[in-house]
Design a protein around this ligand. Sequence first.
Ligand code: SAH
Length: 456
Amino acid sequence: MSKTLPVQKNDYIEVEFEDLTHDGAGVAKVEGYPIFVQGALPGEKARVKVIKVNKGYAVGRLVELLGRSPFRVDIPTEEQHKYGGCQLQHLSYEGQLKFKENQVRQVLTRIGKLADVTIHPVLGMEHPWKYRNKAQVPVGEKEGKLISGFFKPRSHEIVDTNESLIQLPEVNEAIQVVKEICSELGISAYNEENHKGDLRHIMARYGKQSEELMVVIITRTTELPGKKKLLEEVVSRLPKVKSIIHNVNSKRTNVIMGEKTKVIWGNEVIYDYIGDVKFAISAMSFYQVNPDQTKVLYDKALEYAELSGTENVIDAYCGIGTISLFLARKAKKVYGVEVVSQAIEDAKRNAALNDIENVEFAVGKAEEVIPNWYKQGVKADVLVVDPPRKGCDEALLNTITEMKPQKVVYVSCNPATLARDLRILEDGGYKTLEVQPVDMFPQTTHVECVAKLILN
Ligand code: SAH
Protein backbone atom coordinates (compact mmCIF):
# COMPACT_ATOMS: atom_id res chain seq x y z
CA MET A 1 0.00 0.00 0.00
CA SER A 2 2.65 2.48 1.09
CA LYS A 3 4.47 2.07 -2.26
CA THR A 4 1.95 4.33 -3.94
CA LEU A 5 2.34 7.09 -1.34
CA PRO A 6 4.61 10.05 -2.09
CA VAL A 7 6.67 9.51 1.11
CA GLN A 8 7.98 6.44 2.95
CA LYS A 9 8.64 5.84 6.62
CA ASN A 10 12.14 7.05 7.67
CA ASP A 11 12.46 9.38 4.65
CA TYR A 12 14.05 12.78 5.27
CA ILE A 13 12.21 15.47 3.31
CA GLU A 14 12.02 19.25 3.05
CA VAL A 15 8.54 20.70 3.25
CA GLU A 16 6.71 23.99 3.68
CA PHE A 17 3.89 24.25 6.22
CA GLU A 18 0.59 25.84 5.30
CA ASP A 19 -1.78 25.20 8.20
CA LEU A 20 -2.21 23.83 11.74
CA THR A 21 -4.38 20.88 12.77
CA HIS A 22 -6.88 21.31 15.60
CA ASP A 23 -4.29 19.81 17.97
CA GLY A 24 -1.61 22.27 16.94
CA ALA A 25 0.56 20.20 14.55
CA GLY A 26 1.90 21.88 11.41
CA VAL A 27 0.41 20.63 8.12
CA ALA A 28 2.54 20.35 4.98
CA LYS A 29 1.59 18.64 1.73
CA VAL A 30 3.61 16.48 -0.66
CA GLU A 31 1.69 16.04 -3.92
CA GLY A 32 -1.51 16.76 -1.99
CA TYR A 33 -0.70 14.15 0.68
CA PRO A 34 -0.69 15.75 4.17
CA ILE A 35 2.13 15.39 6.70
CA PHE A 36 1.54 16.45 10.31
CA VAL A 37 4.50 17.69 12.32
CA GLN A 38 4.28 18.85 15.93
CA GLY A 39 6.15 22.08 16.56
CA ALA A 40 6.04 23.45 13.00
CA LEU A 41 4.11 26.62 12.14
CA PRO A 42 2.37 27.80 8.95
CA GLY A 43 4.76 29.68 6.65
CA GLU A 44 7.79 27.75 7.90
CA LYS A 45 10.08 25.46 5.91
CA ALA A 46 11.67 22.52 7.63
CA ARG A 47 13.60 19.30 7.25
CA VAL A 48 11.42 16.50 8.56
CA LYS A 49 11.81 12.79 9.24
CA VAL A 50 8.76 10.75 8.32
CA ILE A 51 7.95 8.54 11.33
CA LYS A 52 4.59 7.08 10.37
CA VAL A 53 2.64 6.66 7.15
CA ASN A 54 -1.07 5.98 6.78
CA LYS A 55 -3.34 5.85 3.78
CA GLY A 56 -4.63 9.40 4.32
CA TYR A 57 -1.71 11.16 6.01
CA ALA A 58 1.80 10.86 7.44
CA VAL A 59 3.34 11.99 10.71
CA GLY A 60 6.79 13.56 10.76
CA ARG A 61 9.31 14.77 13.32
CA LEU A 62 10.87 18.20 13.03
CA VAL A 63 14.61 17.79 12.36
CA GLU A 64 15.66 21.31 11.38
CA LEU A 65 13.84 24.57 10.77
CA LEU A 66 14.82 26.19 7.48
CA GLY A 67 12.69 29.31 7.82
CA ARG A 68 10.92 30.87 10.81
CA SER A 69 7.43 32.18 11.23
CA PRO A 70 7.25 35.72 12.67
CA PHE A 71 4.81 34.20 15.18
CA ARG A 72 7.42 31.76 16.57
CA VAL A 73 8.72 32.16 20.12
CA ASP A 74 11.87 30.40 21.29
CA ILE A 75 11.93 28.16 24.31
CA PRO A 76 15.27 27.49 25.98
CA THR A 77 15.99 23.75 26.02
CA GLU A 78 16.46 23.71 29.80
CA GLU A 79 12.97 25.23 30.24
CA GLN A 80 11.14 22.80 28.01
CA HIS A 81 10.02 20.47 30.79
CA LYS A 82 8.05 23.36 32.26
CA TYR A 83 5.76 23.35 29.25
CA GLY A 84 4.10 19.94 29.64
CA GLY A 85 0.71 19.93 27.93
CA CYS A 86 1.36 23.25 26.14
CA GLN A 87 0.94 22.26 22.49
CA LEU A 88 1.15 25.90 21.33
CA GLN A 89 4.12 26.95 23.46
CA HIS A 90 6.14 27.87 20.34
CA LEU A 91 3.45 30.15 18.94
CA SER A 92 3.17 33.78 20.11
CA TYR A 93 0.05 34.59 22.11
CA GLU A 94 -1.26 36.80 19.31
CA GLY A 95 -0.78 33.82 16.97
CA GLN A 96 -2.56 31.50 19.38
CA LEU A 97 -5.64 33.74 19.55
CA LYS A 98 -5.79 33.92 15.76
CA PHE A 99 -5.36 30.12 15.52
CA LYS A 100 -8.29 29.61 17.90
CA GLU A 101 -10.54 32.08 16.10
CA ASN A 102 -9.81 30.38 12.76
CA GLN A 103 -10.47 26.99 14.25
CA VAL A 104 -13.88 28.05 15.56
CA ARG A 105 -14.73 29.64 12.21
CA GLN A 106 -13.66 26.55 10.27
CA VAL A 107 -15.68 24.02 12.28
CA LEU A 108 -18.78 26.20 12.46
CA THR A 109 -18.71 26.45 8.68
CA ARG A 110 -17.64 22.88 7.88
CA ILE A 111 -19.52 20.86 10.51
CA GLY A 112 -22.23 23.33 11.52
CA LYS A 113 -22.92 24.69 8.00
CA LEU A 114 -23.42 28.06 9.68
CA ALA A 115 -22.59 30.70 7.14
CA ASP A 116 -23.75 34.02 8.56
CA VAL A 117 -22.93 33.83 12.26
CA THR A 118 -20.89 36.61 13.85
CA ILE A 119 -17.76 35.10 15.38
CA HIS A 120 -16.00 37.58 17.62
CA PRO A 121 -12.23 37.71 18.10
CA VAL A 122 -11.12 35.47 20.99
CA LEU A 123 -11.11 37.14 24.42
CA GLY A 124 -7.58 36.45 25.65
CA MET A 125 -5.66 37.03 28.86
CA GLU A 126 -3.34 39.91 29.58
CA HIS A 127 -0.82 37.52 31.17
CA PRO A 128 -1.44 34.10 29.59
CA TRP A 129 0.64 32.16 32.18
CA LYS A 130 0.23 30.83 35.73
CA TYR A 131 -3.51 30.53 35.42
CA ARG A 132 -4.45 26.92 36.26
CA ASN A 133 -5.91 26.47 39.73
CA LYS A 134 -5.67 22.69 39.58
CA ALA A 135 -3.20 19.97 38.70
CA GLN A 136 -3.37 16.21 38.92
CA VAL A 137 -0.07 14.54 38.26
CA PRO A 138 0.91 10.89 37.90
CA VAL A 139 3.60 9.61 40.27
CA GLY A 140 6.42 7.23 39.36
CA GLU A 141 9.83 6.22 40.66
CA LYS A 142 13.33 6.83 39.40
CA GLU A 143 16.54 5.86 41.17
CA GLY A 144 14.72 5.23 44.44
CA LYS A 145 12.95 8.61 44.49
CA LEU A 146 9.42 9.61 43.62
CA ILE A 147 8.97 11.59 40.45
CA SER A 148 5.88 13.34 39.10
CA GLY A 149 4.99 15.49 36.15
CA PHE A 150 3.38 14.70 32.85
CA PHE A 151 3.40 11.75 30.51
CA LYS A 152 5.62 12.09 27.45
CA PRO A 153 3.37 12.48 24.42
CA ARG A 154 2.04 9.08 23.25
CA SER A 155 3.75 7.21 26.11
CA HIS A 156 3.42 6.38 29.77
CA GLU A 157 6.86 7.61 30.67
CA ILE A 158 6.73 10.39 33.27
CA VAL A 159 8.76 13.55 32.72
CA ASP A 160 9.75 14.70 36.22
CA THR A 161 8.66 18.33 36.56
CA ASN A 162 8.63 20.58 39.59
CA GLU A 163 7.20 23.58 37.88
CA SER A 164 4.58 24.09 35.21
CA LEU A 165 4.41 27.57 33.72
CA ILE A 166 0.65 27.46 33.21
CA GLN A 167 -0.16 26.52 36.81
CA LEU A 168 -0.53 28.89 39.74
CA PRO A 169 2.68 28.83 41.84
CA GLU A 170 0.69 27.57 44.85
CA VAL A 171 -0.40 24.53 42.83
CA ASN A 172 3.17 23.76 41.72
CA GLU A 173 4.40 24.11 45.29
CA ALA A 174 1.68 21.84 46.71
CA ILE A 175 2.45 19.04 44.27
CA GLN A 176 6.19 19.36 44.83
CA VAL A 177 5.92 19.37 48.64
CA VAL A 178 3.54 16.41 48.82
CA LYS A 179 5.82 14.46 46.49
CA GLU A 180 8.85 15.23 48.69
CA ILE A 181 7.02 14.22 51.85
CA CYS A 182 5.84 10.94 50.35
CA SER A 183 9.39 10.28 49.12
CA GLU A 184 10.83 10.96 52.60
CA LEU A 185 8.30 8.59 54.15
CA GLY A 186 9.30 5.85 51.73
CA ILE A 187 5.86 5.58 50.13
CA SER A 188 6.11 3.58 46.90
CA ALA A 189 4.80 4.75 43.55
CA TYR A 190 2.11 2.79 41.80
CA ASN A 191 3.45 0.68 38.97
CA GLU A 192 0.85 0.24 36.24
CA GLU A 193 2.63 -2.70 34.67
CA ASN A 194 2.48 -5.05 37.65
CA HIS A 195 -0.34 -3.24 39.48
CA LYS A 196 1.76 -2.91 42.66
CA GLY A 197 2.87 0.07 44.76
CA ASP A 198 0.75 2.72 46.49
CA LEU A 199 0.77 6.30 45.29
CA ARG A 200 -0.92 6.85 41.91
CA HIS A 201 -1.62 10.57 41.59
CA ILE A 202 -1.37 13.78 43.56
CA MET A 203 -4.01 16.42 42.94
CA ALA A 204 -3.98 20.01 44.15
CA ARG A 205 -6.67 22.65 43.77
CA TYR A 206 -6.30 26.24 44.91
CA GLY A 207 -8.90 28.96 45.39
CA LYS A 208 -7.20 31.98 43.88
CA GLN A 209 -9.42 34.49 45.68
CA SER A 210 -9.85 32.59 48.95
CA GLU A 211 -6.22 31.34 49.08
CA GLU A 212 -7.48 27.95 50.27
CA LEU A 213 -5.68 24.81 49.17
CA MET A 214 -7.01 21.26 48.76
CA VAL A 215 -4.70 18.27 48.41
CA VAL A 216 -5.99 14.92 47.17
CA ILE A 217 -3.79 11.84 47.51
CA ILE A 218 -4.81 8.96 45.27
CA THR A 219 -3.53 5.49 46.16
CA ARG A 220 -4.14 1.95 44.99
CA THR A 221 -4.38 0.67 48.56
CA THR A 222 -7.11 1.42 51.10
CA GLU A 223 -4.59 2.31 53.79
CA LEU A 224 -2.51 5.43 53.34
CA PRO A 225 1.03 4.46 54.44
CA GLY A 226 2.53 6.74 57.12
CA LYS A 227 -0.73 8.68 57.30
CA LYS A 228 -0.21 10.42 60.65
CA LYS A 229 3.26 11.71 59.83
CA LEU A 230 2.22 12.58 56.29
CA LEU A 231 -0.64 14.76 57.52
CA GLU A 232 1.57 16.51 60.08
CA GLU A 233 4.15 17.31 57.44
CA VAL A 234 1.67 18.49 54.79
CA VAL A 235 -0.07 20.78 57.28
CA SER A 236 3.18 22.26 58.55
CA ARG A 237 4.83 22.73 55.14
CA LEU A 238 1.74 23.96 53.27
CA PRO A 239 0.12 26.54 55.56
CA LYS A 240 -2.65 27.34 53.06
CA VAL A 241 -4.02 23.79 53.10
CA LYS A 242 -7.62 23.60 54.30
CA SER A 243 -8.58 20.14 53.12
CA ILE A 244 -6.71 16.87 52.64
CA ILE A 245 -8.57 14.08 50.90
CA HIS A 246 -7.64 10.44 50.38
CA ASN A 247 -9.05 8.78 47.29
CA VAL A 248 -8.65 5.05 46.67
CA ASN A 249 -8.41 3.76 43.12
CA SER A 250 -7.70 0.03 43.22
CA LYS A 251 -8.51 -0.64 39.55
CA ARG A 252 -6.25 -1.18 36.57
CA THR A 253 -7.36 1.94 34.72
CA ASN A 254 -6.29 5.27 33.23
CA VAL A 255 -9.08 7.01 35.11
CA ILE A 256 -7.47 9.08 37.85
CA MET A 257 -9.99 9.03 40.69
CA GLY A 258 -11.42 5.91 42.26
CA GLU A 259 -14.78 5.52 43.93
CA LYS A 260 -13.78 5.83 47.60
CA THR A 261 -13.12 9.38 48.82
CA LYS A 262 -12.43 10.26 52.44
CA VAL A 263 -11.60 13.51 54.21
CA ILE A 264 -8.47 12.77 56.25
CA TRP A 265 -7.77 16.27 57.50
CA GLY A 266 -9.68 19.59 57.61
CA ASN A 267 -12.74 20.40 55.54
CA GLU A 268 -14.55 18.42 52.90
CA VAL A 269 -14.45 21.44 50.58
CA ILE A 270 -12.44 24.55 49.82
CA TYR A 271 -14.11 27.85 48.97
CA ASP A 272 -13.51 30.25 46.14
CA TYR A 273 -15.16 33.28 44.54
CA ILE A 274 -16.10 34.05 40.96
CA GLY A 275 -16.99 37.73 40.94
CA ASP A 276 -18.84 38.14 44.23
CA VAL A 277 -20.43 34.68 44.28
CA LYS A 278 -18.84 32.28 46.78
CA PHE A 279 -18.46 28.61 45.92
CA ALA A 280 -17.74 25.47 47.92
CA ILE A 281 -15.79 22.97 45.84
CA SER A 282 -15.33 19.32 46.78
CA ALA A 283 -12.73 16.91 45.43
CA MET A 284 -14.90 15.17 42.87
CA SER A 285 -16.72 18.24 41.55
CA PHE A 286 -15.92 19.98 38.31
CA TYR A 287 -14.68 23.54 38.75
CA GLN A 288 -13.34 25.69 35.91
CA VAL A 289 -9.52 25.71 35.93
CA ASN A 290 -8.93 29.33 34.90
CA PRO A 291 -10.68 31.52 37.47
CA ASP A 292 -9.98 34.88 35.78
CA GLN A 293 -11.31 33.81 32.40
CA THR A 294 -14.24 31.99 34.01
CA LYS A 295 -15.54 35.38 35.10
CA VAL A 296 -15.21 36.62 31.50
CA LEU A 297 -17.04 33.51 30.22
CA TYR A 298 -19.90 33.70 32.72
CA ASP A 299 -20.34 37.45 32.19
CA LYS A 300 -20.76 36.71 28.49
CA ALA A 301 -23.28 33.93 29.20
CA LEU A 302 -25.20 36.34 31.43
CA GLU A 303 -25.14 39.03 28.72
CA TYR A 304 -26.40 36.57 26.09
CA ALA A 305 -29.21 35.41 28.41
CA GLU A 306 -30.57 39.01 28.49
CA LEU A 307 -32.44 38.50 31.73
CA SER A 308 -34.88 41.06 33.06
CA GLY A 309 -35.95 39.31 36.27
CA THR A 310 -39.11 37.60 35.00
CA GLU A 311 -37.57 34.54 33.32
CA ASN A 312 -37.49 30.88 34.17
CA VAL A 313 -34.06 29.52 33.33
CA ILE A 314 -32.73 25.97 33.02
CA ASP A 315 -28.98 25.42 33.50
CA ALA A 316 -28.11 22.00 32.10
CA TYR A 317 -24.77 20.40 33.10
CA CYS A 318 -24.64 22.84 36.03
CA GLY A 319 -21.73 21.34 38.01
CA ILE A 320 -21.57 23.04 41.41
CA GLY A 321 -24.15 25.59 40.27
CA THR A 322 -21.71 28.25 39.12
CA ILE A 323 -23.67 29.53 36.11
CA SER A 324 -27.02 28.90 37.83
CA LEU A 325 -26.11 31.19 40.74
CA PHE A 326 -24.62 33.79 38.45
CA LEU A 327 -27.93 33.94 36.55
CA ALA A 328 -30.27 33.54 39.53
CA ARG A 329 -29.77 37.10 40.71
CA LYS A 330 -31.20 38.37 37.42
CA ALA A 331 -33.90 35.71 36.83
CA LYS A 332 -37.20 34.68 38.39
CA LYS A 333 -36.15 31.09 38.92
CA VAL A 334 -33.27 28.84 37.86
CA TYR A 335 -33.39 25.04 37.61
CA GLY A 336 -29.99 23.32 37.54
CA VAL A 337 -29.29 19.70 36.57
CA GLU A 338 -26.07 17.73 36.88
CA VAL A 339 -25.12 14.05 36.90
CA VAL A 340 -22.52 14.04 39.74
CA SER A 341 -24.40 13.95 43.06
CA GLN A 342 -21.54 15.48 45.05
CA ALA A 343 -21.58 18.47 42.70
CA ILE A 344 -25.31 18.95 43.34
CA GLU A 345 -24.66 18.84 47.09
CA ASP A 346 -22.09 21.58 46.52
CA ALA A 347 -24.57 23.51 44.36
CA LYS A 348 -27.22 23.47 47.12
CA ARG A 349 -24.67 24.50 49.71
CA ASN A 350 -23.54 27.30 47.37
CA ALA A 351 -27.07 28.64 46.97
CA ALA A 352 -27.44 28.80 50.77
CA LEU A 353 -23.97 30.32 51.16
CA ASN A 354 -24.98 33.22 48.93
CA ASP A 355 -28.57 33.54 50.24
CA ILE A 356 -29.94 32.70 46.82
CA GLU A 357 -33.38 31.10 47.15
CA ASN A 358 -34.81 31.10 43.63
CA VAL A 359 -32.87 28.00 42.50
CA GLU A 360 -33.68 24.33 42.44
CA PHE A 361 -31.13 21.59 41.73
CA ALA A 362 -31.62 18.01 40.57
CA VAL A 363 -29.22 15.07 40.22
CA GLY A 364 -29.47 13.17 36.95
CA LYS A 365 -28.71 13.18 33.28
CA ALA A 366 -29.79 16.39 31.58
CA GLU A 367 -31.30 14.32 28.74
CA GLU A 368 -33.54 12.47 31.22
CA VAL A 369 -34.35 15.11 33.83
CA ILE A 370 -35.23 17.97 31.46
CA PRO A 371 -37.76 15.93 29.38
CA ASN A 372 -39.37 14.97 32.71
CA TRP A 373 -39.55 18.57 33.83
CA TYR A 374 -41.09 19.45 30.51
CA LYS A 375 -43.75 16.73 30.95
CA GLN A 376 -44.50 18.11 34.40
CA GLY A 377 -45.10 21.56 32.93
CA VAL A 378 -41.78 23.28 33.72
CA LYS A 379 -41.18 25.81 30.95
CA ALA A 380 -37.98 27.69 30.39
CA ASP A 381 -37.62 31.10 28.77
CA VAL A 382 -33.86 30.71 28.63
CA LEU A 383 -31.95 27.45 28.54
CA VAL A 384 -28.22 27.30 29.19
CA VAL A 385 -26.14 24.22 28.37
CA ASP A 386 -22.48 23.68 29.28
CA PRO A 387 -21.79 20.03 28.39
CA PRO A 388 -18.49 18.11 28.55
CA ARG A 389 -16.40 17.66 25.40
CA LYS A 390 -18.74 15.15 23.79
CA GLY A 391 -21.48 17.78 23.57
CA CYS A 392 -25.21 17.45 24.28
CA ASP A 393 -27.11 14.21 24.05
CA GLU A 394 -29.46 14.26 21.08
CA ALA A 395 -32.45 13.54 23.33
CA LEU A 396 -31.75 16.80 25.14
CA LEU A 397 -31.49 18.76 21.88
CA ASN A 398 -34.81 17.27 20.76
CA THR A 399 -36.45 18.30 24.03
CA ILE A 400 -35.13 21.83 23.57
CA THR A 401 -36.66 22.12 20.11
CA GLU A 402 -40.00 20.86 21.50
CA MET A 403 -39.93 23.00 24.63
CA LYS A 404 -38.96 26.06 22.58
CA PRO A 405 -37.29 28.37 25.11
CA GLN A 406 -36.95 31.87 23.56
CA LYS A 407 -33.20 31.77 24.03
CA VAL A 408 -30.51 29.13 24.24
CA VAL A 409 -27.05 30.00 25.53
CA TYR A 410 -24.57 27.27 24.62
CA VAL A 411 -21.28 27.20 26.55
CA SER A 412 -18.84 24.75 24.96
CA CYS A 413 -15.29 23.51 25.47
CA ASN A 414 -15.23 21.71 22.10
CA PRO A 415 -15.99 23.66 18.90
CA ALA A 416 -16.60 20.47 16.88
CA THR A 417 -19.46 19.19 19.05
CA LEU A 418 -20.74 22.76 19.43
CA ALA A 419 -20.99 23.02 15.64
CA ARG A 420 -22.75 19.65 15.40
CA ASP A 421 -25.28 20.60 18.09
CA LEU A 422 -25.91 24.10 16.70
CA ARG A 423 -26.84 22.49 13.38
CA ILE A 424 -29.44 20.31 15.13
CA LEU A 425 -30.86 23.31 16.98
CA GLU A 426 -30.92 25.37 13.76
CA ASP A 427 -32.80 22.58 11.98
CA GLY A 428 -35.20 22.56 14.93
CA GLY A 429 -36.08 26.26 14.56
CA TYR A 430 -33.27 28.21 16.24
CA LYS A 431 -30.98 30.85 14.81
CA THR A 432 -27.41 31.26 16.04
CA LEU A 433 -26.77 34.99 16.33
CA GLU A 434 -23.22 35.21 17.64
CA VAL A 435 -20.38 33.17 19.04
CA GLN A 436 -17.80 34.49 21.48
CA PRO A 437 -14.66 32.37 21.91
CA VAL A 438 -12.88 32.83 25.26
CA ASP A 439 -9.29 31.71 25.87
CA MET A 440 -9.62 29.66 29.04
CA PHE A 441 -6.53 27.55 28.27
CA PRO A 442 -3.64 29.69 26.94
CA GLN A 443 -0.65 27.78 25.49
CA THR A 444 -2.88 24.78 24.73
CA THR A 445 -5.02 24.14 21.66
CA HIS A 446 -8.26 24.19 23.65
CA VAL A 447 -10.81 26.94 23.22
CA GLU A 448 -14.07 27.68 25.00
CA CYS A 449 -17.05 29.34 23.26
CA VAL A 450 -20.37 30.89 24.22
CA ALA A 451 -23.08 30.94 21.55
CA LYS A 452 -26.34 32.89 21.59
CA LEU A 453 -29.38 31.39 19.87
CA ILE A 454 -32.91 32.67 19.54
CA LEU A 455 -36.10 30.98 18.47
CA ASN A 456 -36.75 31.93 14.87
N1 SAH B 1 -21.47 24.64 34.19
C1 SAH B 1 -20.48 24.11 35.11
C2 SAH B 1 -19.96 22.71 34.75
C3 SAH B 1 -19.56 22.46 33.32
S1 SAH B 1 -18.64 21.00 33.03
C4 SAH B 1 -19.33 25.09 35.28
O1 SAH B 1 -19.16 25.99 34.49
O2 SAH B 1 -18.59 24.94 36.25
C5 SAH B 1 -19.81 19.83 32.53
C6 SAH B 1 -20.57 19.20 33.66
O3 SAH B 1 -21.50 18.28 33.08
C7 SAH B 1 -19.74 18.37 34.64
O4 SAH B 1 -20.01 18.82 35.95
C8 SAH B 1 -20.25 16.93 34.44
O5 SAH B 1 -20.27 16.18 35.64
C9 SAH B 1 -21.64 17.15 33.93
N2 SAH B 1 -22.28 16.09 33.10
C10 SAH B 1 -21.69 15.24 32.25
N3 SAH B 1 -22.62 14.51 31.58
C11 SAH B 1 -23.84 14.93 32.04
C12 SAH B 1 -25.19 14.57 31.71
N4 SAH B 1 -25.47 13.66 30.80
N5 SAH B 1 -26.18 15.24 32.35
C13 SAH B 1 -25.90 16.20 33.27
N6 SAH B 1 -24.65 16.56 33.61
C14 SAH B 1 -23.62 15.94 33.00
